[in-house]
Unconditional design. Structure first.
Length: 184
């Protein structure tokens, strides 16, 4: 006969198997309502972030427009300040009680130097192309002259005479030089 202790050793331990079966692994899946709430919260966050980004872009656009408008309005301030000295010189010349040819000449030369200085400070450079090759980007030909008629001799397609100086502002043509060109 077998004792009860021997029977126990012969029987497999079922307690572990019963415990495993008693607690089956159940995946907890959120309910549809919970998923919908999460999606709505996420959508609200994204909408809020989009509204903030849109408002920021509108603010940047508005500030930029204001800055451009102010720059356009006051862009000439530096140049105008330089022109005041030129105007003052001209007014002083007219106030002279006993103008002489020499004093008028000296006043005009001083005024011209002030004007040239103001132009230079504001990147306004003159185009005076006598003897240079004709450049349609910088010059406007008013007429042509036969090469044989030029004194001193000038090569064909070169500027013979400048009728009116041109001007560049920051390397951009403000006014082309009006010129006469030797025929090619």
């Amino acid at each position: 006969m077998h004792t009860s202790s021997e029977n126990q050793g012969a029987q497999p331990d079922n307690t572990q198997q019963v415990a495993d079966q008693a607690t089956p692994e159940v995946e907890i899946m959120p309910s549809l309502e919970e998923l919908l709430k999460q999606a709505e919260l996420q959508a609200a966050e994204h909408h809020d972030a989009w509204l903030r980004a849109k408002a920021e872009a509108d603010n940047i656009r508005r500030r930029s427009a204001e800055e451009v408008q102010a720059a356009q309005k006051f862009a000439v301030t530096k140049f105008a300040t330089e022109m005041l000295a030129v105007k003052d010189s001209l007014e002083m010349a007219l106030k002279s009680d006993t103008p002489t040819i020499d004093s008028i000449r000296e006043g005009v030369q001083t005024t011209l130097r002030q004007l040239a200085s103001a132009f230079e400070k504001n990147q306004l450079h003159e185009i005076d192309p006598v003897g240079e090759k004709f450049d349609p980007n910088l010059h406007q030909a008013i007429s042509t002259v036969p090469v044989s008629a030029t004194r001193p001799p000038v090569a064909a397609n070169h500027v013979v005479t400048v009728l009116q100086k041109g001007y560049l502002i920051n390397d951009r043509v403000l006014r082309p030089a009006l010129v006469m060109v030797a025929q090619g």
